[in-house]
Design a binder for this molecule. Structure first.
Ligand code: IPE
Ligand code: IPE
Ligand code: MG
Length: 235
């Protein structure tokens, strides 16, 4: 079995999962965060080297204030726990997205999480918070524009690597496999540049119910795919 080096996940369906149990949406988010800790360990044990998860999109601010507030409280707790887990499991954590819209204390903990785990050599774990692919590309273009203005770069020198190097994922290989839970068949503004040649796997299983066995199923399906990058396979 070929284990994908980099798996990206859109962990969706927390709200619907909770509703199906007669519970409030936030209960789904709490259970979803717990499940993320489990899946992180499972992924590493399976041989996955990079795991990138979507926790909060630039569009998720449109949700009811109570839900956004509850999610931010959960991220605060999760970040604190993650600092310990990263230390115990040798995990290197990177935050994707624009932190500037987050509360200062949460920004500070996220920085601490990145800083304290930066030399770890285990799972490379990327968490996308206030992340949107269009916003990421906009920020990259802005930085490139500034470099051109300051004479550090000529417009004609801009190649694909220049762009990739200015994205939040600079230095991280593109995902091999994208998983979206809970039945929606869309990207919802996730990693649009990076997923150009990624294999997609969609499952009806909502995130809080997504287990190691489900992850295996996705990897099995991935193994049945013939990856191509525009060329044709030699006979
Ligand atoms: C995913 O679950 C978590 C976040 C987007 C924060 P949802 O909250 O989107 O759950 P559903 O899709 O409404 O069931
Ligand atoms: C995408 O899920 C964002 C995250 C998983 C954080 P959403 O539930 O917000 O996406 P839509 O609104 O169904 O496209
Ligand atoms: Mg959703």
């Amino acid at each position: 079995m070929t284990i994908p080096q980099h798996v990206a996940i859109i962990l969706d369906g927390n709200g619907r999962w909770a509703k199906s149990k007669g519970m409030p949406r936030n209960y789904g988010h709490v259970k979803g965060a717990e499940n993320l800790e489990v899946i992180c360990e499972d992924a590493w044990n399976m041989g996955i080297k990079y795991l990138t998860v979507y926790l909060f999109s630039t569009e998720n601010w449109k949700r009811a204030k109570e839900e956004v507030d509850a999610l931010m409280r959960l991220f605060r707790r999760y970040t604190k726990t993650c600092i310990k887990t990263a230390r115990d499991n040798n995990m290197k954590v990177r935050v994707l997205g624009d932190p500037s819209a987050l509360a200062p204390d949460l920004q500070k903990s996220l920085k601490e999480l990145e800083e304290s785990s930066k030399d770890n050599t285990g799972l490379n774990f990327q968490i996308a918070i206030n992340y949107g692919s269009r916003d990421e590309i906009r920020r990259a273009v802005q930085k490139i524009g500034e470099e051109c203005r300051d004479g550090k770069l000529l417009p004609e020198q801009i190649d694909e690597k220049t762009i990739a190097d200015h994205l939040d994922t600079a230095g991280i290989p593109d995902p091999d496999l994208l998983i979206r839970t809970s039945g929606e068949l869309r990207l919802s503004n996730y990693l649009m540049w990076q997923l150009a040649y990624t294999e997609f796997y969609f499952t009806e299983v909502p995130w809080p119910a997504f287990t190691k066995d489900e992850l295996w199923k996705a990897i099995e399906k991935y193994n049945g795919r013939e990856r191509r990058y525009g060329g044709i396979k030699e006979e």
